[in-house]
Design a protein around this ligand. Structure first.
Ligand SMILES: [Zn+2]
Length: 203
């Protein structure tokens, strides 16, 4: 995906020395990359929502119905809070290295502070905070760039319908056959148009 300033401006720290509050910085190969301060803020927003979904009373969760466009055009039931928690945990497990995931579990899921984590992981304070920042940046980037359903922006995850995925017949790709956008008119419709034609000409 392409990162734009309008997306990162509100996420960046105004006193960041890397991006000067813009949320974007020029990479080593000349490309435009999101700044780490914006990525960390994406992670923190997702983490805050994860805690909210996890800690709120279970009787407050509810099933929501959402429209699934496409060939079937059906309605589907889902439990968004539980789906979000599962996505959050599984994406973290898939993205992080075993050492990083251990820190993620202790600090972010089990709530251990830096002293406990340093004792348990046998690292010093500096290494702990460097690793924690690295975890936040990694996950913030993945949460935003995840396809087809990114975890961030949260409003899109929780309140939008699924994108319209249209199935294309595979044989038409091979033969290069072009399908009409609208189906051919039925015989009845053609006949009615011919009957209307004299009136239209008279008008
Ligand atoms: Zn920055």
């Amino acid at each position: 995906m392409e990162w734009t300033r309008s997306e990162t401006l509100a996420l960046a720290l105004h006193n960041c020395t890397s991006c000067r509050g813009l949320g974007l910085r020029i990479g080593k190969r000349g490309g435009i990359n999101p700044c780490n301060c914006a990525l960390r803020n994406i992670f923190r927003a997702c983490y805050k929502r994860f805690r909210y979904c996890h800690e709120k009373e279970k009787h407050l969760t509810r099933a929501t119905i959402e429209f699934v466009p496409g060939k079937d055009r059906r309605m589907a039931w889902g439990r968004k809070d539980e789906e979000y928690c599962a996505d959050f945990l599984l994406v973290a497990k898939r993205t992080l290295t075993p050492e990083e995931h251990k820190l993620f579990t202790f600090h972010y899921l089990l709530g251990a502070d830096w002293k406990l984590c340093c004792t348990r992981l046998d690292i010093d304070r500096g290494l702990f905070f460097h690793a924690a920042y690295r975890v936040e940046q990694k996950l913030g980037k993945v949460f935003r760039e995840l396809t087809p359903y990114a975890l961030y922006p949260l409003s899109d995850y929780f309140h939008s319908t699924r994108p319209n995925v249209r199935a294309i017949p595979t044989d038409s790709i091979a033969t290069g056959q072009v399908f009409p956008i609208r189906p051919p008119l039925s015989g009845y419709r053609r006949a009615s148009q011919q009957e209307d034609a004299p009136f239209l000409r008279a008008a």
